[in-house]
Design a protein around this ligand. Sequence first.
Ligand SMILES: *[C@@H]1O[C@H](CO)[C@@H](O)[C@H](O)[C@H]1NC(C)=O
Ligand SMILES: *[C@@H]1O[C@H](CO)[C@@H](O)[C@H](O)[C@H]1NC(C)=O
Ligand SMILES: *[C@@H]1O[C@H](CO)[C@@H](O)[C@H](O)[C@H]1NC(C)=O
Ligand SMILES: *[C@@H]1O[C@H](CO)[C@@H](O)[C@H](O)[C@H]1NC(C)=O
Ligand SMILES: *[C@@H]1O[C@H](CO)[C@@H](O)[C@H](O)[C@H]1NC(C)=O
Ligand SMILES: *[C@@H]1O[C@H](CO)[C@@H](O)[C@H](O)[C@H]1NC(C)=O
Ligand SMILES: *[C@@H]1O[C@H](CO)[C@@H](O)[C@H](O)[C@H]1NC(C)=O
Ligand SMILES: *[C@@H]1O[C@H](CO)[C@@H](O)[C@H](O)[C@H]1NC(C)=O
Length: 397
Amino acid sequence: MKFPSPIWMHVKSFLILILLSVVCGQDRKITSKLNPGCNTCSAETTLVYVRCDGSADSIHQIWDFTRHLPTVIFTIASLNSTLNVTWDGKTPKSFALSEKPHYSFATAIDKLYEYNDLDDNGFIVPKYPQHEYSLSKVIWHLNESRFADKEVMVYLNGFIDDERIRGIINIKLDLIPFKDYATDLPHLIHTANSTLFDISLTNLTTRSHYNASRFALHLLMISTDHVTDTMHFTMRKSLDDEHTPGVFEIIEIKTPSLYSTGEGGYLQFRPVGYTQPERGVASSTVAHVSDFNRTTLPYRSTLRLFYGGSDIADLLVQDMFVSFGENGDGFYKQHNYTAWSFTIGYGTPPVEKFSLFVIMIISIGLGVPLALALSGIVYVVLRRYRQRSITRFTNED
Ligand SMILES: *[C@@H]1O[C@H](CO)[C@@H](O)[C@H](O)[C@H]1NC(C)=O
Ligand SMILES: *[C@@H]1O[C@H](CO)[C@@H](O)[C@H](O)[C@H]1NC(C)=O
Ligand SMILES: *[C@@H]1O[C@H](CO)[C@@H](O)[C@H](O)[C@H]1NC(C)=O
Ligand SMILES: *[C@@H]1O[C@H](CO)[C@@H](O)[C@H](O)[C@H]1NC(C)=O
Ligand SMILES: *[C@@H]1O[C@H](CO)[C@@H](O)[C@H](O)[C@H]1NC(C)=O
Ligand SMILES: *[C@@H]1O[C@H](CO)[C@@H](O)[C@H](O)[C@H]1NC(C)=O
Ligand SMILES: *[C@@H]1O[C@H](CO)[C@@H](O)[C@H](O)[C@H]1NC(C)=O
Ligand SMILES: *[C@@H]1O[C@H](CO)[C@@H](O)[C@H](O)[C@H]1NC(C)=O
């Protein structure tokens, strides 16, 4: 082939990708443990430690619910490094990493906001009446788990039972150490360097004097970049919506280190949520992301315990809201259910490739007209040729 057509370039990069992953062994070796070193822990205590050994470094992941705020911490250090947890009864007392890490970043959901969406826009703005609920009183119960070398997964039911609000918050964390699309919508891409985070808000009661209640998640983002730096919000269009019908945008929140050097922490998601447990186009809604703000680590949190040893004053801590809904959808009470997913990962965020199916469709799309055009030309040429020989024949006759 003479000119590099887009398809050929994709096929080529696809082949190179396969080669690379075979040669470099992109995947990581996984070891995991529930409540490591804890003798008194029960199903009401969930702290997962996952160690992911690559060819050059180890990622230590902590998934914590013991201090009630769902928290995921990534720490990157050498292959020799170890991370130990000591306990004070059923809560972690210290995290000891054997060396100074190369990098660390984390995310946590510390609060839920209920707001009265007077303009029926979906997104939360300061002028709406609103009320915050700390997740520090949620009781987390481990419902299902898997600790294997091909998958680490926990599914928790969180019960919130305040005098103001009652309901269930379910969270699933899932690490599958190779690159592929997740089985559930919105089919985010997981890699050996990332973890899927899925959250649903089920049957939450709403405030009686709010007639347009919606809920927003308050997310914290932390990284060991400089305190005056900032996270970066990017939105790109995907090549096609094959994996998430109707949604072409991909949102990435990059730590300063990723933004400037091409390697660091990220959150990746689609601006879509679901209003029913059966996910599909019909049950999808819009997920809105607010601007970032600077904040501090929550008091008595696992985050503060983890980063307390290092220089807390030089830690980047920012927050944002993710809110759900769109005009005319009947607000939260229409379904009493909202679900949303993101991935948290290290390295560079994965980009979606044309699948074999799409490549085939494009090939057929280009190939059929081409074949038709060619056969048309051949037909015309043949006809001319035959007519000419017939004319010659009759002339001679
Ligand atoms: C890991 O430990 C071994 C033996 O103690 C040492 O030779 C090696 O240099 C260490 N590697 C790193 C990356 O620190
Ligand atoms: C963690 O525990 C292991 C085994 O008990 C020990 O060899 C290692 O030195 C400990 N690491 C730290 C950082 O305390
Ligand atoms: C697990 O969670 C589901 C809801 O997602 C619930 O129906 C079921 O009862 C839970 N099982 C246990 C053992 O808690
Ligand atoms: C939420 O409420 C509905 C209707 O009352 C009920 O059918 C459903 O089982 C509840 N879901 C959970 C997870 O409790
Ligand atoms: C909610 O109440 C306010 C004033 O009380 C009213 O302006 C608004 O239209 C109501 N919204 C809905 C969706 O009923
Ligand atoms: C950002 O933080 C300031 C000070 O804490 C606060 O007044 C403001 O409302 C915050 N903005 C958002 C969008 O959260
Ligand atoms: C949602 O819950 C409210 C009570 O909190 C109830 O009035 C409403 O009917 C529920 N909606 C659905 C679709 O179950
Ligand atoms: C995973 O992280 C390593 C660096 O620790 C990087 O070299 C590799 O490209 C990353 N893999 C993916 C799939 O992001």
